[in-house]
Design a protein. Sequence first.
Length: 559
Amino acid sequence: MARASVKESRNAVHRPATRRRRFRHDDLIAVDLFSGFGGLTRGIELAGFTTIMAANHNEYKVQIHEANHPDAEHWIADLVDPEAADYHSARDLPAADLLVAGVSCVNHSQANTIKAYEQGMTLFELEDPDFEARVTRSERDRATANCVLHYAAQHHPRLILVECTTELTSWGPAIPGRPKVGDGSTYRWWLKQFDLINYRHKVLYLNSQFFGVPQSRDRAYWAFWDKSLPAPDLEHRPVSRCHRCDKDVEAIWTWRTGIPPTGSVRYGKQYEYRCPSCRTPVIPPMTPSLAALDLTDLGTRIGDREKPLKATTMARAERCRQRFADFPAVLMPAKGAHGSERLLWQPLATQTSQQETTLLTTGAVFAAHRHNGDGKNIVQPMDTATSTHEKALLLAVDNYQGGPRGAGEPLPTQVGSETLAVVSSGVIPYRKNTRPAVHGEAMPTVTSEQIPGLLTAAGTINNSAVEALLATRWRARLAELPLEDCYFRMMAAHEIGRGCGFDVDFADHKGSFIVWGSARNQVDGFGNAVSPQVGAWIGSRLRAVIHTRQDHGPELPAA
């Protein structure tokens, strides 16, 4: 007989701000439900909002959030279950201009509910004492989305931003014969409630890799605004290269198939970006996994490991080696059921709450010196990097194309093998007919037509340095070494943090984002977090409509 799990009984805990807030007269304030590590909090703060309150049921995550946002008050509480000892109603949180919420993902993606809303329940009937008896635990977990409604009905913030997996759209009773796919009726009911309390809305399907995050992470975002406000501009139009028009264009987000019954919406499958002129599909710039990886640590030689890798892991490594034989380093899934093999200039696969990605390399990466061409293995200490950019770590250099090109020259035609150069800090692209950005600028992104590189210091990069960088060639490919001679390690927690868009340094694993705890807890926090950069982009678009209203006064009725 299975042993019943025992849930620790505790009361809701209110934690006052650890640092006194100082408000400006024009501050716009926000409240964050299910705040986790604070990806949305960080995003909306970048957009100009001040978070005054955050709530989450997990004490560890609240402590991390509190350390990074000491101006905000915090609740450690269950916001969903009125019968829980630590319950605290979302209605009792303070009013704000903006409400943000990263609602439950796990159970939204597995719609195994019963017909909770068959009888036409209203929002407030969800407080019914028999509620727990009439719905499954999965349905109750999904009611995290209803906490947003509870808050909105009580305080009516001018703006609301909700993040979840795209499968929220299938929220509802299970479709016969498809026990994990709901019919979407509860989701449609949920959206209708916002209309009834005077909100308009727009659903955004966005991938974090197009916002400066080195991870392919498809999520849905629901933006709501009071009907008295003008509609915000929420069209994502990334500048992309159209080869047919031979120019950079503001790409248009476009459906390919629409939303399937599962609710699963992914870039490249259900939607894509197109040129506004010729409608040709285009690929927006994206951030490579190189931006997240600490390449001073390549792990351990497989043949020297104290505990041999499992046969299934070795088989995956061999498949990676055969698939990417011309490259010295690849990312591969640590588990057979998750992830996909990727090259280092591609974004990471979607990060979950577990360490699921490993780094497989030859371990032989050479440092290119502009004058003497001496080389070092990447696992050896690097020489001091100077402002003349004389040092470079070469990860993969095209062995089949023509000679090196200057940064101001067009790239050679890419025919399957790519050119990749790495120096020591900061990522820059070498795009067609463009010059490198300086180190002090924001992290740029790369497309399949770009050669990403890492540069050492600010300043103009001269062609001779770039030519020298590209002149050194790879000597070791994965296919040229026995698998036992390759290096292997799991991605570290601080790399996963960077891959999820958080500022975590390599040196002390801290950076501007303060984090501690076991690797498992850190990875869980990062993997469940909202990408701050996406939150910042949406938040800035939402904030603009309030300023528009303040600048121009109330909207006049149509003539």
